[in-house]
Design a protein around this ligand. Structure first.
Ligand code: ADP
Ligand code: MG
Length: 354
């Protein structure tokens, strides 16, 4: 079926498209645009934090994430145990982003001969700590050699009632844009770790200077998934109209909600919750503090929208901040700076504040 029947020579390299031309999201769109769904049970396929599958009295949520050494993690400063924990947590976070309960996961690894058995023991101990904390059953996986480096692929399931599931696509103009916790610290933690790595490369005798940055480094190396927010919503009697987890920057996640919900947005820069220490650190690094949140990523907090009528219910809740609202699509996607300037939001942060 896949034979080259005409015996045509392969296309010349010059006619081929470099992956970098499309970027990650462009590539996903291109590869998945011919996808057809054959089963009515598949309520939601590609395009959200998890797929949604009808299972009779409830729905099954299904999501997968791949972590590649040198792309997603750097073993010069990430301990194996933390890596395992994070690999599990980033998947659990995708179930939280659908307003579901995480249930089972599979873990597949490919490791080169560079790795010891003890290193992989540590990796698994981290995975299992996360499984215990979030009550997820590890039910399978696959193991392979690799020519170079370590690759970890985790697939997770979760459950929810059909009417409980929150998609990226449900936001309407006027809905309030909210975020859990604080943002930007994971990015500052990464900068500290990268800085100390450089120092170490120049002078291997030096001890890393990590004191004073515990919160930021913890946010980077040991993120948590906000599975608690589902219960908070239940307690408040709120159902968000849309939701996504913040794995990339806040800006890029807001744009995802706008794209899938077909809305515009207005984000207020001064409302973005940023830890005081992180803010101070950003200034020391000569970075505009809000950029750590807008473009940093890896905080694994939840970004969601609620109807304006729910404002009274959430305004006093500790750990939830209203950062803006959705608008009609024709109004565009903007951030308002503290001095009242309106700047266009882009996946990198914003335009026009050079
Ligand atoms: P997340 O950041 O929540 O992990 P992604 O941005 O990676 O989500 O993916 C967006 C959507 O595209 C998801 O529904 C995901 O399942 C789907 N997707 C990503 N890569 C592929 C692929 N290679 N083939 C099919 N679907 C994909
Ligand atoms: Mg996600």
């Amino acid at each position: 079926m896949f034979e080259n029947k005409d015996n045509k020579p392969p296309a010349k390299t010059s006619q081929l498209t470099a992956l970098s031309e499309l970027g990650e999201f462009g590539l996903i769109d291109r590869l998945t645009s011919p996808v057809k769904l054959y089963h009515p049970e598949t309520l939601k396929g590609i395009g959200d934090d998890a797929a949604v599958i009808d299972a009779g009295d409830h729905v099954l949520l299904l999501s997968t994430d791949l972590l590649v050494e040198g792309i997603h993690f750097d073993l010069t400063y990430v301990p194996f145990r933390h890596l395992g924990y994070k690999a599990a947590v980033v998947n659990i976070s995708d179930i939280a982003a659908m307003n579901g309960i995480p249930k089972q996961m599979t873990v597949s690894i490919a490791a080169s001969s560079r790795f010891s058995v003890e290193a992989l023991d540590e990796l698994y101990s981290g995975i299992l700590i996360a499984c215990e904390k979030y009550k997820v059953d590890l039910v399978g996986g696959d193991t392979s050699a690799s020519t170079k480096g370590l690759v970890i692929s985790v697939t997770i399931t979760g459950t929810a009632l059909r009417e409980e599931v929150v998609y990226r696509s449900g936001a309407r103009p006027g809905d309030l844009l909210c975020v859990t916790g604080d943002l930007g610290s994971a990015y500052m933690g990464l900068l500290v770790l990268e800085r100390e790595k450089k120092v170490f490369q120049v002078n291997p005798g030096m001890q890393p200077e990590l004191t004073g940055y515990d919160y930021q480094i913890g946010r980077q190396l040991k993120p948590e998934a906000r599975t608690d927010i589902r219960n908070l919503f239940l307690g408040l009697g709120i159902k968000p109209t849309s939701m996504i987890d913040i794995s990339d920057g806040l800006a890029s996640e807001i744009l995802h909600l706008c794209k899938h919900s077909d809305t515009g947005c207005k984000l207020f820069e001064e409302k973005i919750p940023i830890d005081a220490g992180t803010r101070e650190m950003a200034l020391e690094y000569k970075i505009i503090p809000s950029l750590t949140a807008l473009s940093g990523g890896e905080d694994y907090e939840l970004l969601f929208t609620v109807q304006q009528a729910d404002y009274e219910k959430i305004k006093e809740v500790n750990g939830i901040t209203v950062i803006g609202h959705m608008t009609d699509r024709s109004h565009g996607k903007f951030m308002i700076t503290p001095d009242g300037k309106q700047v266009a939001l882009t996946a990198q942060g914003w335009d026009g504040l050079k």
